[in-house]
Design a protein around this ligand. Structure first.
Ligand SMILES: *Cc1c(COP(=O)(O)O)cnc(C)c1O
Length: 443
């Protein structure tokens, strides 16, 4: 049905339904926050999930050199095939061998991992269908799906079990219209890393219900000591999986926009149609950045393991620092991550009568202490906030110090705590520690 009649004598130009129904939840929430920092204190943004923000984390020289060399090639300036140059796809297939047997034909290069996610969702879900995503979870799924009429349904993660999936809830969410289950491992925003046993449990549910999986593994290998990363596809016997990855986080180059989808489909369940569909969708942007494609083989093979190890060790130490500091902040409960680059912190709002919700808490934290954390609502998870761990150590230390002062300034009085102590017994005790501050016993 046309919206306007031919020869209409007035201008009637409206944004499309897709444009109007596409939202970036984080932006929407952050733009509505009252975030005027305290002019007396330098702003510390622990909100931005970009490891390059502070300039303390940089890619290794080999990676920068690979792009310098790529710049000299004519073919780095030309269009490539929509799925990407074959040399680049061969390199990604080899680099991703831990995910299972991969041929270059299984690899589609994308403009960043978010584009990979868009292709993965749009190639298997139609308007009216739904995709299951974790809560709390990264919100790009909602941004990509909802404008197209694809519904997002949440399944819960369990904060007291290191954010494992509530399997019963996951299975209950599956219905006749479920096109895919999204699994983010390691997780943004939780920093959880799933062991093989848990991954098998997830695969079992997908297998029994015949639902494909979209595995967001942009944080692959990003795990702290005593944790192991296993690709979901490496364990799958029958469940077809689209794995989304890329350079962004591991190589510290979000602006380079290089990601990929890898098709894992041992039993040919996706068939030709889904493969062809991915190629079709890839052609919508005529393929990703060829300057980086040309450099990919060198980037993926010449980066020394020591680079990866150092970055992960740095983040692990930051996680320990923030955890040790903040578990002594009255009214906060940090949850120690096992990987990725974030930490979730519960705000015990019953102990902060000045704040109705975590939005008000983070707003006042900016206004008084100039520390900005992302409110849990950005991940569909109120009563929590997320901090990034990639900031320089001294800055993270200062931020924690200010957060502790803020909590002490706003926590209910000791008398009130005694009155409500009976309620607090329900708080899980796994993080309880002896801290040298007055109200630590309630933290
Ligand atoms: C950062 C991130 C992405 C997007 O990565 P880009 O390559 O920048 O598009 C996707 N998924 C998760 C879980 C992320 O944290």
């Amino acid at each position: 049905m046309s919206r306007r009649s031919r020869g209409s004598n007035t201008w009637e130009v409206r944004a499309s339904t897709l444009a109007r129904n596409t939202h970036n939840l984080i932006r929407d929430i952050v733009e509505n926050l009252q975030v005027e920092p305290n002019p007396e204190k330098q702003l510390i943004a622990l909100s931005v999930g970009d490891p390059t923000t502070f300039g303390n984390l940089n890619p290794p020289e080999q990676v920068l050199q690979a792009v310098r060399e790529s710049n000299e090639w004519l073919s780095s300036r030309s269009y490539g095939p929509a799925k990407g140059h074959i040399e680049a796809r061969v390199a990604v297939a080899q680099y991703s061998a831990h995910q299972g047997d991969i041929s270059p034909e299984d690899v589609v290069l994308c403009s960043g991992c978010s584009h990979a996610i868009e292709l993965a969702i749009t190639v298997i879900a139609d308007s009216g269908q739904n995709v299951l995503v974790p809560r709390p979870g990264f919100m790009i799924y909602k941004t990509v799906a909802e404008g197209l009429g694809i519904n997002i349904k949440h399944y819960n993660l369990l904060p007291d079990q290191q954010w494992k999936i509530d399997l019963e809830d996951l299975e209950n969410q599956i219905d006749d219209d479920t096109a895919a289950i999204v699994v983010i491992n390691p997780s943004n925003p939780c920093g959880s890393v799933y062991d093989k046993g848990h991954l098998y449990e997830i695969l079992d549910i997908a297998s029994r219900n015949h639902v494909p999986i979209i595995a967001d593994e942009i944080y692959e290998h990003f795990v702290f000591s005593n944790n192991e990363f296993t690709a979901l596809s490496a364990l799958s016997v029958d469940v077809p999986i689209l794995t989304c990855g890329g350079l962004t986080k591991r190589f510290l180059v979000p602006g380079w926009r290089m990601g990929w989808v890898i098709i894992h489909d041992r039993h040919n369940i996706f068939g030709k149609e889904v493969r062809q569909g991915l190629s079709n969708l890839a052609s919508r942007i005529l393929g990703p950045n060829t300057l980086i494609q040309r450099a990919l083989p060198a980037i993926l093979t010449c980066t020394p393991q020591s680079f990866f190890d150092e970055v992960v060790l740095f983040i692990e130490n930051q996680a320990k620092l923030a955890f040790d500091e903040l578990r002594c902040a009255p009214g906060l409960r940090p949850i120690m991550p096992q990987g990725a680059m974030y930490m979730m912190i519960e705000i015990k709002l019953s102990l902060f009568p000045n704040f109705k919700n975590e939005l008000q808490f983070v707003e006042r934290l900016v206004a008084e202490q100039s520390v900005f954390c992302l409110p849990g609502q950005c991940f569909a998870y109120p009563n929590f906030m997320r901090i990034v761990l990639t900031v320089p150590e001294a800055i993270l230390r200062e931020a924690c110090k200010r957060m502790i002062i803020f909590c002490k300034d706003h926590i209910v009085s000791r008398e009130t705590i005694k009155e409500i102590e009976s309620d607090i017994v329900t708080v899980p005790s796994d993080n309880e520690v002896i801290c040298d501050n007055d109200t630590a016993h309630v933290a």
